[in-house]
Design a protein around this ligand. Structure first.
Ligand SMILES: *Cc1c(COP(=O)(O)O)cnc(C)c1O
Length: 502
């Protein structure tokens, strides 16, 4: 059964001889010193018996058990306490990760019942607790400054997760014209004595590249250190973000079996609306652990860099950046793809491709390497019209309301069924509450212009008779606390000023 006493160490995706570190250190550092991402040295496995045992547990118990296989320097008691607090009914009313049928073939894994109505809460409600413990476990006495680049949902979820956590400050950068009105309001009204929010002129990749550059700036680190501050990340490049996401795919399988949607041991396919490749990579890890998952369906919006990669083996970020109704997927550099390359190709080739990506923005995999990936991953993209049509179809035909991101995933699932037939039930990661993108969802269903502001939420509620999540109602009445917008080139100064190190 579970191998107790096993120690899991973590290595960089770019180093063949680098030092292996504990989970606490990997979570504390976020990014490896060589710019690579931390990966466990081995993938723990779950037997059929383990899955059966997990099926009898609550969500917090399932999550704690999965985490205990990876975070071996945390005790089971610590993890269980953290998961119970993070995934409590009070934070996730209606359950942390329930599975609901949409149509006869596709099942929605609802990951948006948390405090900010997006799936990022699944990781960001627990990760601050894991970081807090990591600081103690590693004897750290400096303040951790969490830097976040966000295309919308991570920012709010991180702010909510880290607000007023001792020993931690958090500064969030978002593209000022690249997020929805509600996403912006959620962030600019954020309360908490340790939080900062800055809009930047530029797109998400500008924000993300800016943050990455700051992380690898030694002079900056020195200045911060002199003020008793070090940098840490909450982006999905941090292992502490990814590990908790594995749990809901394991959980979904247990629930699919329990509900009789799939026979015990028989495979499901999983469809994931993808941006940074974090969520779908967590599904891949669940698959490697032994959860019966066949195909991983990678869904993209008009920013279809991953669809093209999965088709051709060429990753090319030199393309037009589209602003879509699914802004959390408006991404041209899918950072976590690096972790997949590492598992399939090893560190040396990965480092090489990542160098190419940063220098010329494009790399191509050898055919045999790509064949490995294609055995499991398949990509589809949906443009804006298709996204709207998917929302309309899911609601008018099946009475199930989905947000714009989930709609891209639903479209990909339908395209996969059309291409391959319904061989296996598909679990679709539903990544946001439809209310988070109310105007786009409303106009997709009604094929008409949506009302302005809060009216859009109310109109959608009236139309669908699905209740507005409590944290989203009343946003308009909250005072704006963070109005500042800066050039993306000014991000380093903003960090130093926020840290009090300038
Ligand atoms: C972040 C996000 C995604 C993309 O997830 P990745 O892990 O970056 O692939 C999809 N949908 C929503 C609503 C999100 O917030």
């Amino acid at each position: 059964m579970y191998k107790t006493g096993n120690v899991m160490k973590y290595k960089s995706t770019r180093s063949t001889n680098g030092e292996a570190v504990s989970a606490a250190v990997a979570i504390k550092n976020g990014l490896a010193p060589d710019g690579g991402l931390y990966m466990p040295e081995s993938i723990p496995t779950l037997s059929a018996g383990d899955l059966a045992e997990l099926a009898g547990m609550s969500y917090p118990e399932r999550a704690a058990r999965i985490l205990s296989l990876y975070l071996t320097d945390y005790t089971e008691e610590e993890l269980l306490a953290d998961c119970r607090a993070a995934y409590a009914e009070s934070r996730f009313p209606g359950g942390a990760a329930p599975v609901r049928p949409i149509d006869g073939d596709v099942y929605s894994l609802e990951l948006w019942h948390g405090p900010t109505s997006a799936f990022k809460d699944m990781a960001l409600q627990i990760m601050p607790r894991l970081l807090s413990r990591a600081l103690k476990k590693t004897g750290e006495d400096r303040t951790a400054l969490i830097l976040v680049a966000t295309s919308g949902d991570t920012g709010k979820a991180a702010l909510e997760g880290y607000r007023d956590v001792d020993g931690v400050k958090i500064l969030v950068f978002y593209p000022t014209d690249g997020v929805s009105r509600i996403q912006k309001l959620q962030m600019t009204t954020q309360e908490g004595k340790n939080v900062g929010v800055r809009g930047i002129y530029g797109n998400f990749d500008d924000a993300q590249s800016g943050v990455k550059r700051i992380f690898s700036d030694a002079a900056m680190a020195e200045k911060l250190n002199a003020s008793g501050v070090f940098l840490s990340s909450a982006n999905s490049i941090n292992w502490g973000r990814l590990a908790p996401q594995i749990a809901y795919y394991v959980s979904a399988y247990c629930d699919m079996v329990a509900a009789g949607h799939v026979a015990e041991g028989a495979p499901i396919d999983v469809a994931v609306p993808t941006g940074n490749f974090g969520n779908i990579f967590a599904a891949y890890l669940a698959r490697l652990m032994g959860v019966p998952i066949g195909r991983l369906i990678c869904a993209s919006n008009s920013n279809n860099v991953l669809t093209e990669f999965l088709e051709t083996g060429t990753y090319d970020r030199n393309r037009t950046f589209h602003m879509t109704v699914s802004p959390s997927m408006d991404i041209l550099i899918s950072s976590n793809l690096e972790r997949l390359l590492y598992l399939v190709l090893g560190a040396e080739k990965t480092a090489d491709y990542m160098k190419k990506l940063s220098e010329i923005g494009v790399y191509s995999l050898a055919e045999e390497d790509m064949a490995e990936i294609k055995k499991i991953f398949v990509g589809y993209s949906c443009d804006e019209a298709e996204t709207a049509e998917n929302i309309r179809t899911a609601f008018t035909r099946y009475g199930y309301l989905i947000d714009t991101h989930t709609a891209v995933g639903y479209g990909a699932a339908r395209k996969h069924l059309a291409a391959f037939g319904a061989k296996r039930p598909i679990v679709l990661a539903s990544t946001a509450s439809p209310y988070k993108f109310a105007p786009a969802v409303y106009s997709a269903v009604k094929e008409a212009e949506a009302p302005e502001g809060t009216e859009a939420l109310l109109a959608l509620e009236k139309l669908s008779s699905v209740k507005i999540p409590a944290p989203l109602s009343g946003l308009d009445e909250k005072p704006i606390l963070h109005a500042e917008t800066i050039e993306h080139t000014a991000m380093p100064e903003a960090v130093l000023a926020f840290a009090g190190a300038n």
